[in-house]
Design a protein around this ligand. Structure first.
Ligand code: TXA
Ligand code: MG
Length: 331
């Protein structure tokens, strides 16, 4: 079984553009992919409706799905939010720049393209020098949905972006993403703070700063308005198994003639006929490698990916969420 992460094997190669070149493309109304600490984003100038529309078209994303606005300083919040509640200031002070998105009531005039026609807007300051430098060079906020086709696995390297869009989208190379799963989303637009999407910043860390419990949907309910359960999904069906039952399931499937891929820690003894990706046990390392591993196994031509269910502790909720969604298409 193979350790660690290798980049995908898309034909062709990324020809990265510099921050200055990318800013030029954006300011002329174009679209570029840029690195953040979580995943690569598909950037366009947030004020430019035509450019934002291009992002939706490139992703194949339905217009009802709102996008996150990326800014470089907390002062920019006021350009998008009708008001910035005390709780937002506190979370921003503690977690920005970082993998946290705040949903606030939108200011009048913020494009319905960005908000998906809702009366709220999502904003974050990414913790990546290239992202910040790109926003600052443009002097503009950028929309940044993950740089993948709608419903597919988010990209965490420039090669992943290339696998999605080939050379139709210029990419700024910021190396592999250090967090690896998308930001935690907290909705502060209502009377009570709500968790909309778990991430690497877990609900308890947010609750500590807010001094109150987060309202949040049950773990298996959709979290984000317009979100689909089968999201973040590889093309190959993926099934989640507890470590102690996974090898037996693999053997059952092998006996039926299936080609089986396994995504698991060293808690699982992998049958030699299976293609495997060995996950580390440590949470941050799993998050960092998860999407690259899914892409790699997805390309292997296997009939099924059997993935070890992550631990049940709160700090794993972001990873559980992504794997649960990745498994939503499988029978
Ligand atoms: O880490 C991230 O957040 C990455 C990087 C590139 O910043 N971006 C990202 O964007 O994951 P995207 O578009 O793939 O996912 C954004 C999520 C969507 O599920 C969307 O529905 C939700 O944020 N969202 C955006 N605006 C919202 C709003 N006003 N209210 C509720 N949810 C919102
Ligand atoms: Mg996405």
């Amino acid at each position: 079984m193979k350790d660690g992460l290798t980049n995908g094997s898309a034909a062709g190669a990324v020809r990265p553009v510099s921050v200055v070149e990318a800013a030029g493309v954006l300011l002329r109304g174009g679209v570029v992919a840029f690195p953040t600490e979580t995943v690569y984003g598909l950037g366009a100038i947030a004020r430019d409706d035509a450019a934002v529309q291009r992002v939706f078209a490139i992703k194949g994303r339905p217009p009802s799905h709102p996008v996150i606005v990326h800014v470089a300083d907390p002062g920019a919040l006021a350009r998008f939010a009708a008001e910035v509640p005390e709780a937002a200031h506190r979370l921003a002070d503690r977690f920005w720049p970082g993998p946290l998105t705040l949903v606030l009531r939108r200011r009048a005039g913020v494009s319905a393209l960005i908000t998906g026609g809702q009366d709220t807007v999502a904003v974050r300051i990414p913790h990546h020098p290239v992202a910040l430098s790109l926003i600052e060079t443009c002097g503009e906020a950028l929309v940044g949905p993950s740089a993948n086709r709608f419903g597919h696995v988010s990209p965490t390297t420039p090669d992943h972006v290339f696998q999605e869009f080939g050379d139709t989208v210029p990419v700024v190379d910021g190396g592999p993403c250090q967090v690896g799963i998308e930001s935690t989303i907290i909705d502060l637009s209502g009377p009570r703070a709500r968790l909309l999407r778990p991430g690497i910043i877990d609900a308890r860390a947010v609750e500590e700063v807010l001094g109150e419990a987060l309202a949040g949907p049950a773990e298996d309910a959709p979290r984000v308005p317009g979100s689909l359960v089968a999201h973040y999904a590889p093309h190959t069906p993926l099934c989640l198994w507890a470590a102690d039952g996974l090898a037996a399931e693999a053997r059952r499937r092998l006996a039926r003639g299936e080609k089986v891929a396994i995504l698991a820690t060293d808690r699982v003894a992998v049958p030699p006929q299976c293609l495997g990706y060995r996950l580390p046990r440590e949470r941050d390392a799993v998050a960092r490698q998860l999407y690259g591993a899914l892409r790699q196994l997805d390309e292997s031509g296997c009939d099924v990916i059997l993935a070890e269910a992550p631990p049940g502790a709160a700090e794993w909720s972001g990873i559980r969420d992504r794997l649960r969604r990745a498994s939503a298409r499988a029978r």
